[in-house]
Design a protein around this ligand. Structure first.
Ligand SMILES: [Zn+2]
Length: 255
């Protein structure tokens, strides 16, 4: 995997004064409210409400590849990482404008996969690339493995990643059309129709025929959201939520 956090890459960015653009990784680990709390090393949540008991593996026909903005790796509130906890075929690539990850480039060349870049269809200049969930089902029927490429970052970062990555320019674009509003409440208020990365994955898996994986991911995301929010209030969740109970049952069934 190309290491976008590597010193040379960081230095190149710094020399060009790109810190203001939001694309240059921080020099220090993420340091924000809550960074002093004791965290579980596995799930990175405050130990008080560790998420690990609710982690349950499932499978899906469609895979997810995350193209993660370098900043996101440091943020404990990142939800893209939840997808890999649930679906172990998930791959994570660090986005770097100047040095695309060679493993990702090789994956994109592999005819077994049918990759779709998930992005809104709100601009006219790539309208001819836009497809719907049916295209994912068609790829399955053709014996290929559909892959959702999720641009994991803020909306502004995702837009830059989409526009500035030549290796994504030939791929079909799969927008998410959904009535769902976000349940994510760990960052600054955003428009309610802006779903976070784990929610986008769950919704698209649901729309393309992987209902079981979608439901599990949805529950896991809920568990994450509630655990994190409780920790911010410095409280321990007294009892498992409904989503947590379903995850515990799924784990029990798998034994
Ligand atoms: Zn944990």
């Amino acid at each position: 995997m190309a290491d976008c956090d590597s010193e040379p890459c960081r230095e190149r960015g710094a020399q060009r004064g790109e810190d203001a653009s939001g694309d240059t990784p921080r020099r220090k680990p993420f340091n924000a409210r809550g960074s002093f709390v004791t965290r579980c090393e596995a799930c990175r949540l405050p130990s008080l409400n560790c998420l690990c008991p609710y982690k349950v593996a499932t499978t899906s026909e469609t895979r997810v590849w995350l193209l993660t903005h370098p900043y996101e790796h440091y943020k404990p509130t990142n939800t893209g990482r939840l997808i890999g906890d649930i679906l172990d075929t998930t791959e994570v690539f660090t986005w770097c404008r100047t040095a695309p990850d060679p493993t990702l480039l090789a994956r994109l060349d592999d005819p077994r996969f049918a990759p779709f870049v998930v992005f809104p269809d709100d601009q006219p200049d790539y309208a001819e690339r836009v497809v719907g969930p049916d295209a994912v089902r068609a790829a399955k029927r053709d014996g290929r493995i559909p892959v959702l490429i999720l641009l994991d970052g803020t909306w502004r970062q995702a837009r830059r990643m989409f526009r500035r990555s030549a290796y994504l320019a030939a791929l079909p674009v799969l927008p998410l059309h959904s009535e769902r509003t976000t349940r994510y409440r760990l960052r600054k208020p955003a428009p309610s129709e802006h779903l976070c990365t784990a929610e986008v994955a769950a919704e698209l898996l649901h729309q393309t025929g992987d209902g079981e994986a979608a439901a599990t991911l949805d529950d896991y995301f809920d568990a994450f959201n509630d655990s994190y929010a409780a920790s911010r209030r410095h409280g321990k969740l007294e009892a498992p939520t409904a989503a947590m109970k379903r995850l515990l049952e799924r784990r029990e069934h798998m034994r």
